[in-house]
Write a protein that binds this ligand. Sequence first.
Ligand code: IPD
Ligand code: CA
Ligand code: CA
Ligand code: CA
Length: 262
Amino acid sequence: LNGEADPLRDRLAIAEKLARRAGGKAKAFFLNRDTLHPELKSASQDLVSEADRAIEAWLRGAIRKHFPDDGIVGEEEEASEGGSGFVWVIDPIDGTMPFLVGQPNWTVSLGIAREKRPVAGVIYAPMLKELYSAAEGGGAWLNGRVLTMNPDWTVASTTIGFGATQKATPGEVGAFVEALYREGGVLFRVGSGALMLAYVAANRIAGYFDPMLYCWDCWAGMILVQEAGGIATFDGDLGRPGPIWAGNRHVHADLRRLSGAA
Ligand code: IPD
Ligand code: CA
Ligand code: CA
Ligand code: CA
């Protein structure tokens, strides 16, 4: 625009570059995963390895080099504040469990927030060779192709992503699955919440519900869904996890109702 700098587009372009480079580094770990030493976090299926830590450290260094004044919130390190109003919300590997067991469905997820609201995001799935990106007002894209969600789908049109981990209670999981199947819905799950949100934007699943995510799991994906014409709402914030619902406006409302939220 008349040579004027656009701070958000600048960051989106850098985020795409960094996601690809981080994804390449993560892929090298993935191909040698037998040499990693996974450690337990909160439960038997909540793990972290050298790969998660190395990719986050590399991303933080690269972001700081490009935008020294931006804040960074990520899964594996303490948050660092900045003065620019922009905060990078990063998950170096979303889907550590699939990564460690050799499934291809893991991603690098980079969200960009302005005044504590997600405004842009990139999700890169190296093994699937898919780069998803979106910025407020600029549409949602998969490998250079624009994404537009089907506005007519219901929860029964195709599968629904459900992200419950061991953090959810058996009762919560059972109640949601029962409610979904009563409406003709069918469950879908891969171990990356970011990828399931990208799949909502790409019409690969009709919607997504997770009872508890952190901002680094979902802020990039929320912008993708919104820019593809859908609705994504999150009852958490930068510092607090919460449930998330995503779909077109019918599916979004139905998932909230089926999960007991509205
Ligand atoms: C996990 C994934 C998973 C979701 C979990 C997250 P991680 O992230 O997004 O889909 O259900 O709640 O913790 O630990 O693999 O980065
Ligand atoms: Ca984790
Ligand atoms: Ca995650
Ligand atoms: Ca992670």
